[in-house]
Every structure is written in C-alpha cells, then in structure tokens.
Write a protein that binds this ligand. Structure first.
Ligand SMILES: *Cc1c(COP(=O)(O)O)cnc(C)c1O
Length: 369
C-alpha cells in the first residue's frame, strides 16, 4: 500500500503549498499516532504540555542557528498567513506616525502589501516595476531610501513573476521589512540588517498554517497598547507565541524541515549552493533556446525559486504542459497575470527532479526546431 502511494507521487512544481522533503513526510507519518515520549499524537497534545513546548523550542532554536538570529530579535509563530502580516506590519509600525513607510514593488505580492499599508498611514512607493510587468529589481542607485522612514518594505522573492533579491538590502537606519514567504531559508542571511522578516511556511519551509515573524525587539514598543490583542506583536512576544493556541502541527513540521536543513543538507550555505545549481539547470536551457523559451525575469534578477517563462504560441504551451504531464511533471502552469510556465523549485525539490525537467525542456526544444 505505502509503496503504491509513493509510486503515485508526481514531480510537483506547485508554487505553494508546495513540495516537502520526503524524509520529513516519512517522519510525520511514523510519528503520527504517537509523538515519541508524549503518549499521543502531536495533533492531540496541549500546546501547554511539556512535549509540545519542547517541539516549539526546538523549532525556534533551529531557526535561530540556521538564520543566525541573536538576542536582538524575537521569533514569533503566528497564524493568518503572509496576508495578515500585510496588515499587522503597518498596524504595529506605521499607524499614528507621520514618517511614511517606503515600499519597493517588484511584483504582485508587494503591490498587494502596499494596498493594506495605505489603510494605516502614509506610504511612499519608491520603486514600481509595473510598466514592464514586474520583470526586474531596482538598481543599487535607483532607491532613494529615507533614513527617517517608518520602515522600508521589500519582497525578497516575487513568487508569481520569479524576480528575487540576491542579497540583504542595506537600508541604513530605516528598518528593513521583508516578505520572505517564498524564499525563507534558501540562503544564509545577515539578520542584523532586518527590522522584520516574515514568511508564511507553505512555500519554502513547511505546511500552511504557520507564519514566522522575526522582529527586532526595539520595534515592539511602537504599537499602541490598545490594539486588538491578536494584532499586537508584543503580546505574542511576551507569551512565547502562546498568547493563544499556536498552530501546533504546522510548527512541528516546520521544525522537522529546519532539522532536515541543518542535519541532512548541512546548513544554509549548502542549501544556497544547491539552489544555485538547480536553478542553473533550467536557466541554461532558457538561454540555449531563447526563441522558444521566453524568460520573464531579466537575467540578472532571476529567482532561484520560481523559474518563469512563456512561449510565443499558445499551442506550444499546451503541448509543453501535456508532454510534461505524461512524464509526471505537474503544476507547471504559470499564474494568469504572467502566463506561460512557472517551475517552482523550492529547497525541498530534489536536484534529480529539476534535471528531469531540464532534460524534457531540451528534448521538447529539439523536436520543435
Ligand atoms: C504566497 C505568498 C503570500 C501570501 O501568503 P498567504 O499565506 O496566502 O497569506 C505573500 N507573499 C508572498 C511573497 C507569497 O509568495
């Protein structure tokens, strides 16, 4: 039975919820009836039990080690997805202030985030790549960051367009706020640069249900004490993310993914090198057949997580997707706002599966020629 189920698994290029490491899924299966030592399933134990507290503390400790998070930052495990953060960030860090929050728009998610921020206070869009359908990043000299800004918001990886910042932006004294939902933990970071980093887990770090917020402690006191309780970061920080019942199962799986990153992959340097190798397999094919595969992102701004391209004809796209499906490659259709193909190759996507797609793309191009 188990072997049959395993055989039915496709090569899953879903943008999210997305592929998880198979050893993590196996561990979840093995521990489903009884979390070792707990006498019950992770789904059945209290969040106040010592068993769950150990699970959450482990997850947090692993994130701290992997990302190099020190004492100046809190790590929170919240619900509501990245979308709630689009609101919670300006509610806590912008409401009632006169200094604008600056937003850098490199794709659909940043654009969605700024719409929520406008409801809370003054906002300044300092870069917007919309005229070219979000195919590039700002150049180093293009951003005029106000050192007094309430914060500067970027989206490190635009999941739909496949445009990614390759490093940690320096925003000086203005706190950097970063939506890392679709590339969380894909490389090592200089966390000291970040006022707040947030990521829903279901793209690159775990299952849907938990959102990680890494926030500088000094920013926690900005928010009004009378905010609705759930919306105030400080309540969650003071209660070790147990202000209300946290998403226990999602935190458990996130912890297992972090364990896999540390112990199987060997840390974020190794993960980054692997991600670079995986993405190169696909981008090399785009560059080899530029008349067939029209890449969306500018070369220098390409994402290592979401590889986006299209065809000059709809017929070719349809044929490409059908051929891919016949080789068990699934969820390759791009988002409707960009069209074409999107191959999401997150941390957990094995390099052999990316190689399979690259080979298929090369074969397809040779038949078309
Ligand atoms: C998916 C995604 C979101 C939205 O996440 P939800 O958990 O559905 O709210 C926000 N930002 C980015 C970059 C994403 O990829």
């Amino acid at each position: 039975m188990a072997a049959q189920v395993a055989q039915e698994r496709v090569i899953n290029f879903s943008p999210g919820p997305a592929v998880l490491p198979v050893p993590v899924l196996e561990r979840v299966r093995d521990e489903m009836l009884c979390l070792p030592g707990a006498g019950a399933s992770i789904l059945e134990v209290s969040h106040r039990s010592s068993d769950f507290i150990a699970v959450q503390n482990q997850a947090e400790a692993r994130l701290r080690r992997l990302l190099g998070v020190g004492d100046e930052h809190e790590i929170l495990f919240l619900q509501g997805g990245a979308r709630l953060q689009f609101s919670m960030i300006p509610i806590n860090l912008l409401r009632g202030r006169s200094q604008a929050a600056q937003y850098v728009l490199t794709g659909t998610w940043g654009k969605t985030a700024v719409e929520e921020a406008k409801k809370e206070g003054p906002v300044e869009v300092i870069f917007d790549a919309k005229p070219s359908n979000y195919d590039h990043l700002p150049s180093a000299t293009e951003l005029s960051i106000n050192p007094q800004a309430s914060y500067v918001h970027i989206t490190s990886n635009e999941t739909i367009q496949g445009v990614q910042f390759p490093g940690d932006l320096d925003t000086g004294t203005a706190p950097l706020v970063c939506d890392s939902s679709s590339d969380f933990m894909y490389r090592p970071y200089d966390i000291s640069r970040y006022g707040l980093m947030y990521a829903c887990a279901q793209k690159n770090a775990g299952p849907a249900g938990v959102t990680v917020v890494i926030v500088k402690k000094e920013l926690l006191d900005r928010a009004d004490e009378n905010l609705p309780g759930y919306l105030r970061y400080k309540n969650h920080a003071d209660a070790n993310s147990m202000w209300n019942t946290p998403p226990t199962f999602a935190i458990y799986v996130l912890g297992l993914v972090a364990e896999w990153l540390e112990e199987t992959i060997g840390g974020l340097d190794k993960m980054h090198a692997l991600n670079q190798r995986k993405a190169k397999l696909l981008y090399d094919v785009l560059d080899e057949f530029p008349e067939l595969y029209i890449g969306h992102a500018r070369k220098e701004d390409r994402s290592l997580m979401n590889v986006t391209f299209r065809f000059s004809s709809e017929a070719a796209e349809k044929e490409f997707l059908q051929g891919a499906a016949s080789q068990s490659m699934d969820n390759l259709k791009g988002h409707r706002s960009v069209g074409g193909i999107r191959a999401s190759i997150y941390n957990a996507m094995p390099i052999d599966n990316v190689q399979a797609l690259a080979s298929y793309m090369r074969d397809f191009a040779q038949v078309q020629a």
